[in-house]
Design a binder for this molecule. Structure first.
Ligand SMILES: [Mn+2]
Length: 413
């Protein structure tokens, strides 16, 4: 069937199948470049021209035609199909657009700045919230784990465990000989971590778990210019989908013990890349926390959400106080940090625990007092290899607390 639309002059314009193919692909590519998946139709028309289609338009009738055609075709093309189209040189205009983004550093920075400005504007925009709502509608939070799989032994000392989640970087794509990472691998690793946590719960007779998220939940698409090319999904999708993985993680553990959850923000969670220009509380964790809080409130889960400050949290277990930070705003290798944070918050911390540097370190800075960094879920990336020159294994970490002591433990993944 030939498809057509009415142009501005009131003339009926018949378009070919090939026109529609190309128009849809270009629309999708443009949407990928936009944080709210909006299409710039003026740009679309220009790119269509470059592809040799002079009969496209920017008016409502044309936009409706493309939209209905997309709907009719049902499925949105996969990422692979996009890649095919690009590698087959089928869409020169898209290659040109991306090439333009890639080519000059100056141009890139200019693009980056305008993208960041857009993000800032968009954050205040109701569209961002709509997009989150849209992404959330597809989720099913009604299936909640059953709290019956395990009972701690009564005659043994029952322990508490703080389970840290750090530097998940959901949405990052890494393809190095030493490390592969994407959303599927991310989901598998979190599942594996949950299994290890459950094994520890049973082995150590743990009766309650506090899951502490140390930040960098998402990779973010606006951190560094390169992130445009090494990440998948839009910002809002990353937040929603990463949060869903956290909920699955909490859900799985909460089938064994009661679970509390708190989260603080890392540098990658900032909705504006540069730390000095970012509003102090404008971060992905705020959105993610709201989702988890709502989930905990309205489902009959054993998970309890506990609000933390944006960049700091403390947990008291028995006589011990633990301090949590992401690690980008403080230097965890500086031996006076624990004392400084204790002073600042008026608590005698036995340990300050962070992430950020993506590998496990433990520094004893006093009598049984520690400064600790736990590793990442993401593992090494091009950035850490080329720029920082650091390599490290994937790991997370837990703190086991009993009556007479605590143990900080690295969990390899
Ligand atoms: Mn990180």
């Amino acid at each position: 069937m030939m498809r057509s639309y009415i142009n501005r002059k009131g003339t009926k314009v018949v378009v070919t199948e090939k026109h529609l193919d190309t128009a849809i692909k270009i629309k999708e590519e443009l949407q990928k470049l936009s944080p709210t998946r909006r299409t710039s139709w003026a740009r679309h028309k220009n790119m269509m021209k470059k592809e040799g289609f002079l009969d496209s338009d920017t008016n409502e009738a044309y936009r409706c035609l493309i939209k209905s055609e997309q709907k009719e075709r049902g499925v949105l093309p996969s990422v692979n199909k996009h890649a095919d189209l690009l590698s087959d040189n089928k869409l020169q205009s898209i290659k040109f657009e991306i090439g333009e983004l890639n080519s000059a550093k100056l141009e890139l920075q200019k693009q980056g700045t305008s993208v960041r400005k857009l993000v800032r504007d968009v954050n205040k925009d109701v569209l961002f919230i709509e997009h989150i709502e849209e992404a959330l509608k597809k989720k099913d939070f009604s299936k909640v784990g059953v709290f019956s799989k395990y009972a701690p032994e009564k005659y043994k000392e029952q322990k508490t465990m703080i389970v840290c989640l750090s530097d998940i970087h959901y949405g990052a794509v890494v393809n190095l000989p030493d490390n592969k990472f994407n959303r599927d691998i991310c989901a598998r690793l979190l599942n594996k971590y949950a299994d290890k946590v459950i094994a520890t719960i049973i082995k150590e007779n743990v009766s309650s778990v506090y899951v502490m998220n140390l930040g960098d939940l998402i990779e973010n698409v606006y951190m560094r210019n390169q992130n445009l090319y090494n990440s998948e999904e839009t910002l809002s999708e990353q937040i929603v989908n990463a949060t869903e993985l956290v909920i699955k993680f909490l859900d799985k553990i909460s089938a064994y013990v009661k679970v509390k959850y708190s989260a603080i923000a890392g540098n990658h969670d900032r909705l504006q890349g540069k730390k000095d220009s970012n509003l102090s509380a404008d971060h992905a964790i705020r959105v993610s926390n709201k989702i988890i809080e709502t989930y905990a409130k309205y489902s009959n889960t054993q998970v309890k959400f506990v609000a933390a400050e944006d960049y700091y949290h403390s947990i008291d277990v028995g006589k011990y106080s633990f301090c949590f930070i992401h690690g980008d705003l403080n230097n965890l290798q500086k031996k006076t940090l624990l004392a400084e944070l204790s002073n600042l918050h008026g608590k005698h911390f036995v340990a300050v625990i962070g992430g950020h540097i993506h590998h496990f370190t433990m520094l004893e800075v006093g009598n049984d007092q520690y400064q600790v960094t736990f590793g990442s879920i993401k593992g090494i990336d091009e950035y850490s290899v080329n720029i920082i020159g650091a390599k490290s294994s994937r790991s997370q970490g837990v703190v086991l607390i009993g009556k007479d002591g605590f143990e900080i433990r690295k969990i390899g993944l």
